[in-house]
Design a protein around this ligand. Structure first.
Ligand SMILES: Cc1cc2nc3c(=O)[nH]c(=O)nc-3n(C[C@H](O)[C@H](O)[C@H](O)COP(=O)(O)OP(=O)(O)OC[C@H]3O[C@@H](n4cnc5c(N)ncnc54)[C@H](O)[C@@H]3O)c2cc1C
Length: 258
């Protein structure tokens, strides 16, 4: 295990015709060291793995290691978390649970599972939660405030649903290296060319319709939808393995390992 190590590229051995090592830059001293091994694993997260491979250029692979077909970094897929819904439930007024928050529910994808039955491709899941609010008066000072804080006055049940839509992997959503913008470890910055498309908008529209129907049938009121304008990069994670959203150029000292 070596800390403070920024992997710059995978070394390709022209004679053996295979990857033979890893070039590492010490994040603190900037010293470059090559390590060699019979087998090399690249587990830098989806974006950084692609950026390392794109940066691993050689005579045999001028566009990045293994990138003969030019697809490295392309067909970038992620989850669309823009849809949220909230409402109030007026049932169970005499009920509470410890923590005022019962276990959340998860509704797995139910659209286009066995056949194509929507005007959009793929589908979405929903996370559902409920929480009982507290009516606490936080005004005042001293004993009065303490007494107010100590008296649990239960408010309404607030419910919410979070949309998690699949985006379609497509060639126009891709990451690339910007060699004109090098970082202090001489690594090119990662340029992300990623956006939502019409399929994402149709999917989110369907979600609005579905949860409105579900919430209405459940007897909830004040049903509201929020189209969150979430910047793309803050939500690129989860099952497609996009936790490593820190571009290689931003991998900080101490946060790196090989
Ligand atoms: C806020 C959040 C919540 C999540 N919640 C869930 C959840 O509830 N359930 C679930 O299943 N998944 C969840 N995920 C997703 C899950 O965490 C990831 O899919 C998973 O961690 C990915 O693992 P990985 O090993 O591929 O990459 P990572 O865990 O990202 O590891 C990559 C490592 O490579 C290092 N690295 C990158 N570039 C370099 C370089 N050039 N040189 C040296 N080191 C480098 C990084 O510093 C990092 O340590 C969540 C992710 C986030 C961000």
């Amino acid at each position: 295990m070596r800390t403070h190590a920024v992997v710059q590229s995978i070394i390709y051995d022209d004679q053996k015709k295979k990857a033979s090592g890893v070039r590492v830059i010490d994040a603190l001293t900037k010293q470059v060291t090559d390590y060699f091994a019979p087998v090399i694993f690249v587990n830098a997260g989806a974006i950084n793995t692609n950026s390392i491979l794109l940066n691993s250029v050689s005579g045999r692979f001028p566009n990045g290691l293994g990138n003969d077909n030019g697809l490295l970094g392309k067909y970038f897929a992620f989850h669309n978390y823009r849809g949220r819904a909230s409402a109030q439930c007026h049932s169970f007024q005499d009920t509470d649970v410890i923590g005022r928050s019962p276990t959340s529910a998860y509704i797995p994808r139910f659209k286009n599972v066995f056949d194509q039955n929507s005007n959009f491709l793929r589908g979405y899941a929903m996370a559902f939660s409920a929480r009982r609010s507290l009516n606490i008066n936080t005004g005042g000072f001293g004993k009065q405030l303490k007494d107010q804080l100590a008296s649990d006055k239960l408010g309404s049940w607030n419910v919410g649903a979070q949309f998690m839509g699949e985006t379609i992997p497509k060639e126009t959503n891709y990451i690339a290296l910007d060699r004109n913008a090098m970082d202090e470890w001489a690594m090119p910055s990662v340029k992300l060319n990623v956006s939502y498309d019409d399929n994402d908008e149709k999917m989110i529209q369907d979600y609005w319709e579905q949860f409105t129907e579900m919430f209405t049938k459940a007897g909830f009121t004040n049903i509201e939808s929020q189209a969150k304008n979430i910047p793309l990069l803050t939500k690129l994670h989860r099952e497609v393995g996009f936790s490593g959203i820190v571009p290689a150029s931003l991998v900080s000292a101490g946060a790196t390992e090989i």
